[in-house]
Design a protein around this ligand. Structure first.
Ligand SMILES: [Zn+2]
Length: 51
């Protein structure tokens, strides 16, 4: 999933160090309060990466 504001890509294989999300966590399993670690956008601001 990719942030449509700053184009940060959430990689489920790597998780998210900022939010202490362990590697292997799918985007759908992120907590509702999770936000883009770069620009603080909400989960709803992320778009599925095409291709
Ligand atoms: Zn962002």
């Amino acid at each position: 999933m990719e942030c449509r504001i700053c184009w940060h890509v959430y990689d489920p294989g790597e998780g998210d160090d900022v939010w202490q999300i362990p590697p292997g966590t799918p985007f759908d399993a992120l907590p509702e309060h999770w936000r883009c670690p770069v620009c603080d956008a909400e989960k709803s601001g992320f778009l599925r990466v095409v291709g």
